[in-house]
Design a protein around this ligand. Structure first.
Ligand code: SF4
Length: 321
């Protein structure tokens, strides 16, 4: 069976797990491919205009897969830890998708809700695997292989690889380093999608900057830093962004921060205020916010990034003198 896997949203977080799991059960996993202008354009036409760009891009990836696969894998992510949840868009994704195009192949939509505990989660895994095999043993052995693949992926990311370098076996050209290090904050789909981010990581590297992202940090550090908020955030992925920026603010382990967020994203606009407040009150670490949507112009964005990097370089030189 050909199972379509949209290369968008949580692809950057969990693809190695699901690819190994589904592949281990005999499915042929077909990726929609990297985002292109056509993907964004199809997704934008299909989606409600007030949706955030990443969801529109996700729609585009579904449409890219439409005639190529027997089914499309779209998990309903409710929670990935106790008492915290994902963005409401992830909760309702399968329902929203069913309304955009009647010609899409059937969807496989396991409900991932770890707030309900591991027993319920493994019941979901079994039910999902039963679409491909009647052997419980085979299902859980494929799942274990998936968990190991995910662990290996995380290790590679913490060692400094980006998801794209790892998942697409790409190598970026080595560039002359200037000693400048930039923290790139934001959801993985905002910073690693080479089309919508306008290849930001590659461009920063070409400007001579070393780039650090949340995926390169230890999870425990991020959790500890996020726990400093006076009130607990209910959104898991936003907590990761907050914990990462708080860590950079405390340690000054980067020279500046670029925060990439989507236009029309409620959670991002809220944490943008928290981050700006933290950086204003605690440190003199500069942060630039880049808001992207389907109308963002490459020239304007790159000019802003170049000016920011230039300012950081001057600041660093002044500190060294
Ligand atoms: S967190 Fe924001 S950008 Fe991500 S899916 Fe939700 S609304 Fe969209």
């Amino acid at each position: 069976m050909k199972v379509g896997y949209p290369q968008a949203l949580l692809y950057y977080k969990y693809f190695p797990l699901w690819e190994r799991f589904l592949g281990g059960l005999g499915a042929e996993v077909v990726l929609s491919g990297a985002t292109t202008k056509n993907t964004v354009s199809m997704g934008t036409i299909a989606a409600e205009s007030e949706l955030c760009l990443p969801v529109k891009v996700f729609y585009g990836h579904l449409l890219e897969l439409k005639d190529k696969v027997d089914t499309i894998f779209v998990p309903r992510f409710v929670s990935v830890e106790k008492k915290s949840y994902t963005c409401p868009k992830f909760l309702g994704l399968p329902d929203m998708i069913r309304s955009i195009n009647d010609e899409l192949p059937p969807l496989i939509t396991p409900k991932i809700d770890l707030d309900k505990g591991w027993r319920e989660y493994f019941r979901t895994i079994h039910e999902l695997g039963s679409n491909f095999s009647s052997s419980k043993r085979k299902i859980f052995s494929a799942y274990r292989a998936g968990v190991l693949a995910l662990r290996d992926y995380h290790n590679q990311l913490q060692a400094g690889s980006t998801p794209i370098e790892f998942l697409e076996k790409k190598k970026y050209r080595k560039v002359k380093k200037t000693g400048l290090k930039i923290g790139l904050a934001g959801h993985p789909y905002n910073i690693y999608d080479t089309y919508t981010s306008m290849n930001l990581i590659k461009r920063l590297r070409e400007m001579g900057a070393e780039v650090e992202t949340a995926e390169m940090l230890d999870d425990n550090i991020i959790k500890r830093e996020a726990a400093r908020l006076p009130k607990k955030l209910f959104w898991t992925y936003e907590k990761e962004v907050v914990g990462t920026v708080f860590h950079w603010a405390h340690t000054h382990s980067v020279d500046g921060i670029i925060y990439v967020l989507s236009f029309a994203c409620g959670p991002d606009s809220l944490i943008q205020v928290i981050l700006e407040h933290e950086l204003r009150s605690d440190t003199a670490l500069p942060m630039m916010s880049l808001v992207v949507d389907e109308h963002s112009g490459e020239a304007g964005l790159i000019t802003r990034v170049e000016a920011f990097v230039d300012m950081l370089q001057r600041k660093k030189m002044a500190q060294l003198c």
